[in-house]
Unconditional design. Structure first.
Lengths: 282, 254
């Protein structure tokens, strides 16, 4: 396979990790976040910073996970007081704050970003395989989590957090855990991205990226891990398969989002379930 | 013996309205108490304060001797409290069985990280089926809650509350919206729960059914306790009749 194919696979793997991690927060736990790119970016910047300082690859990646997870924990505290649209607006603010902050930090390369990220030591092919392995691990973890009692608790909090409290579910703790785990995984994606590109700039983690990730979740099917994976794959490959899509990316993604919300609120996962039920019903 | 519930000088004000004004009473273990009063008396507000859904401005609340005044709802549940809602609030993405199974696993969900390490639901599911059957909901297990009629949803509220193994059960208008037959069946279920030893506080407007099972009534009016005692004595009190019908009720009756 060509270097181009491996690079597409790498980006697809990163998008899968990001979409699945956002689905843990928004799909499983019902906390609508439009700032996921900020956590992705904080992971990328932390990894890039430590990698450029000579930190070994595993530790540099770990720093990205920890920094993004801690930032997620802080934003998670906001979710204890804010709900629904107010939380969404707050996380949009986080997205802009992150880019605005990074742009002004000389030690993070300001507008020019961090460009001297050393290679991970893996070639293009092995780098892509590492990213895909991380994506598979994230999918497996998400599937397990959803079937565990933690996932059960998330569903209750997402449905009605006050009622969840009346059956002993500590809703605040669940929301903090969802934010921390989801954002830590986004930090891992950021670290992998930093090693993949070896060059990061603030604009790679802007609000549009957050919206694109939410589009992957909604189009795939909010709350469904496999649906979200399908959403991430489709929205990654569309611009690659049809070049004209790249020029109208926002228009097409936005249009798809509107169509899904209007005609198939369950997304691809919902359509899949309906089709299976229809076939079984025959 | 330590009372199951002690309320001491609890008060709460919403803006210019004193919703609950210095209410004090205690409920003995195993009692079934009817908390009644006209609309706006503060019954639901008081129940929500006991459950920790609302915070009182002043006063103390003890469950089985433990001061829970500053505890959040989920920690009061661990002290043995359960509550049902006046307007049914099932988890809409779940089946009836899942709603009750989740409550039956309250010991697991109490700690998110412990919950992550637990996968099997077999024991909790078995218990949930038994609880559903005990409130007359056998056969509804796999139904989506959105497909259940109000009568069954009211019972599901009770089943979900029972599944947390409460020692103190707060029921907020469990008969509201039910027809006469459904209400009679529901009150029989409540009576049976109480006979199993669960202390129960019942807020309800259907006085005929309340009097059928409660051996003690507490009457609230304008946020204050105006009567407390055996149902026949309480209903005969002038203050209670005036609260429900208005001043001059006894004169008019005479």
């Amino acid at each position: 396979m060509s270097a181009y194919v491996y690079s597409v696979l790498a980006i697809m793997g990163i998008n899968i990790i990001l979409a699945v991690s956002l689905n843990i927060i928004s799909g499983f736990c019902g906390q609508f976040s439009l700032g996921h790119a900020a956590f992705y970016g904080s992971g990328a910047y932390a990894t890039a910073y430590f990698a450029a300082a000579g930190t070994p690859v595993p530790l540099a990646l770990l720093s990205g996970i920890v920094v993004a997870g801690l930032l997620g924990l802080v934003v998670g505290f906001a979710s204890l007081r804010l709900r629904d649209d107010f939380l969404a607006v707050t996380t949009i603010g986080v997205s802009f704050l992150f880019v605005g902050f990074v742009r002004k930090q000389a030690w993070l390369g300001a507008e020019m970003g961090i460009s001297r990220i050393p290679p991970s030591g893996l070639g293009g092919k092995d780098n892509a395989l590492l990213i895909l392995a991380c994506a598979l691990a994230t999918i497996a973890f998400s599937l397990y989590m959803n079937r565990s009692w933690m996932g059960f608790g998330f569903r209750a909090v997402g449905d009605d957090e006050n009622t969840a409290r009346t059956i002993g579910v500590p809703a605040s703790q669940y929301k903090l855990v969802a934010f921390t785990i989801g954002t830590a995984i986004a930090g891992l994606a950021g670290g992998l991205y930093a090693y993949f590109t070896q060059f990061i700039v603030p604009d790679s983690f802007g609000f549009i990226v957050s919206v694109t990730l939410m589009a992957m979740v909604v189009i795939g099917g909010t709350g469904s891990t496999l649906g979200v994976v399908a959403g991430a794959i489709i929205l990654t490959l569309l611009p690659e398969l049809f070049r004209f899509v790249d020029n109208y990316r926002l228009l097409i993604f936005g249009g798809l989002l509107v169509l899904v919300v209007r005609f198939a609120p369950g997304g691809l996962a919902g359509l899949g379930r309906s089709t299976v039920q229809m076939v079984r019903g025959r | 013996m330590t009372p199951a519930l002690e309320i001491d000088a609890v008060a709460v004000r919403f803006g210019g309205v004193q919703a609950v004004a210095g209410v004090s009473f205690s409920v003995a273990s195993g009692e079934l108490v009817g908390l009644i009063g006209p609309n706006g008396a503060g019954k639901t507000t008081l129940l929500r304060i006991i459950a920790g859904v609302l915070a009182a401005d002043v006063g103390r609340i003890k469950i089985s001797g433990q001061d829970v005044t500053r505890l959040p709802t989920e920690l009061r549940v661990r002290q043995g409290l359960a509550i049902t809602h006046q307007i049914v609030r099932p988890f809409r993405s779940m089946t009836a069985l899942e709603n009750v199974t989740l409550a039956a696993g309250h010991g697991i969900t109490a700690h998110p990280l412990r919950a992550l390490l637990r996968y099997s639901r077999t024991a909790e599911r078995t218990r949930a089926r038994a609880v559903l059957a005990s409130v007359g909901l056998a056969g509804t297990e796999d139904k989506a809650v959105t497909a259940l009629p109000l009568g069954q949803l009211k019972r599901l509220e009770v089943a979900r509350a029972l599944a947390v193994d409460p020692t103190l059960l707060l029921l907020d208008e469990p008969l509201a919206g039910l027809n006469r037959r459904e209400a009679a069946a529901q009150i029989d279920v409540i009576g049976a729960i109480n006979r199993r030893g669960v202390t129960t506080v019942l807020v309800e407007h259907n006085l005929a059914e309340v009097v059928r099972v409660c051996r003690r009534l507490i009457v609230l009016d304008q946020g204050r306790v105006i009567a407390d005692g055996a149902p026949a004595d309480v209903i005969a009190e002038t203050a209670v009749r005036e609260a429900y019908i208005g001043k001059g009720a006894n004169n008019a009756a005479a």
